[in-house]
Design a binder for this molecule. Structure first.
Ligand SMILES: [Ca+2]
Length: 394
């Protein structure tokens, strides 16, 4: 049982691949790429952008589409379209989604420097097509053409609206992996625990569920096979200065990702952490967190991330979405992150991203220009001439 709501077992399936806790990276067990759609609030924090490229760089998954959520979804869609084009995959469609939370919450959040380092460059390569659909409807329709695993790395408004739009959607999804929630509050760095005690919800470290707690609850109670990659674990996976320096400045995508990290570090990262107290809860040379790449990585085996099968209960209390271990055989069966080898994952993630960039070549090169038609990711092709992406910050 989950807070008085019966568990709908008709939507339950076996856990996704990689359910066992520790398996070697790139090892056995993944015969085919898992089709995925990424729902993202790509913007000021560079970790969504890194997650998109990391997904493209990972043979275990096949990215079918990208939906964007929260606030200025036009700007976020342009960022996703530019990133996909730079990464050599302008054929992957981008879809704008919900701008506001479906209930009370922290969102929407725009920091004012979204796109800086990316959209203000002079890249002239192809960009992905931004479809004239809205994300919840597109998620429903796309799932009818091909089952996919949904990876949510932003506030959960798009996913919740899609679930409300079509209650049969969970029947056609392979699973839902969410960057969000805090399971083991005691595992948060001490500075964060103190800030939460003193400032309450405003200091809650998990931005995604705090932005739209109602939407998080809708997702939690969807009956989908769920994986939660929680904040107390992702804050242990920082991107550090040496890792950022691995992004190649002589390639447009590497340069853009590096610039996005630099802007984030200068404008937000350290100032936000400094507000937690004199001793920031990250290494001194940290420049960002790898929340979202780690969430993509939860879909395939890797020794850097430990997941555990656990029964959870869900609730919204004092404006915050809370997940708790049920104990015994109770609760909703899910997988939850419990530990990460942050340095190991950073090395693995940056390795894949830099290898992908090296393979991609210049964005106007053969990889990007090979196909003049673009697909909606589910088998329908469109003429690339229909795509008229807007360029630059205006
Ligand atoms: Ca995100």
């Amino acid at each position: 049982m989950q807070d008085g709501h019966p568990i709908d077992t008709t939507h339950r399936r076996d856990p996704p691949p990689g359910a066992s806790a520790r398996i070697s990276p790139g090892g056995e067990g993944v015969a085919h790429p898992i089709p995925i759609v990424i729902d993202t609030d790509v913007g000021a924090d560079p970790d969504d952008a890194l997650a998109l490229v990391f997904a493209l760089a990972s043979p275990e998954v096949e990215l079918l589409g990208v939906t964007v959520v929260d606030g200025d979804v036009d700007l976020r869609a342009r960022m996703a379209a530019r990133l996909l084009g730079m990464a050599g995959r302008p054929d992957i469609p981008v879809v704008r989604g919900v701008r506001r939370p479906i209930g009370p919450g922290r969102g929407p959040t725009m920091l004012g420097f979204e796109g800086r380092g990316l959209l203000d460059g002079d890249d002239a390569g192809p960009e992905a097509t931004i479809l004239e659909a809205t994300a919840p409807e597109w998620l429903v329709e796309a799932s009818k053409r091909r089952a996919f695993h949904l990876v949510a790395i932003g506030p959960l408004s798009n996913v919740a609206v899609a679930l409300r739009l079509d209650p049969t959607l969970p029947d056609r999804l392979l699973g839902l992996t969410i960057m969000g929630g805090v399971l083991a509050e005691r595992a948060l760095p001490a500075a964060w625990r103190r800030a939460v005690r003193e400032r309450g919800a405003a200091a809650w470290p998990d931005h995604n569920t705090a932005s739209d707690p109602t939407a998080a609850l809708v997702c939690a109670r969807s009956g989908l096979p769920l994986t939660w990659v929680t904040s107390e674990v992702t804050v242990r996976a920082p991107l550090r200065r040496d890792g950022r320096e691995r992004l190649p400045a002589d390639h447009p995508l590497g340069a853009a990702l590096g610039h996005m990290v630099d802007v984030w570090e200068a404008a937000w990262f350290h100032a936000t952490l400094a507000a937690l107290g004199r001793r920031p809860p990250v290494p001194r040379d940290a420049v960002a967190f790898l929340h979202d790449p780690l969430t993509v990585a939860a879909l395939f085996p890797g020794e850097w991330l430990t997941l555990r099968a656990v029964g959870l209960t869900y609730a919204v209390e004092d404006g915050l979405f809370r997940l708790r271990e049920a104990g015994g055989d109770g609760g909703v069966a899910t997988r939850v992150s419990v530990a990460v080898d942050g340095a190991g994952f950073e090395a693995f993630c940056l390795g894949r991203i830099t290898e992908h960039i090296a393979r991609t070549g210049a964005p106007s090169g053969p990889a990007a220009a090979a196909d003049s038609s673009v697909s909606d990711g589910c088998g329908r092709n469109q003429d690339a001439s229909e795509s008229q992406p807007t360029r630059g910050l205006e």
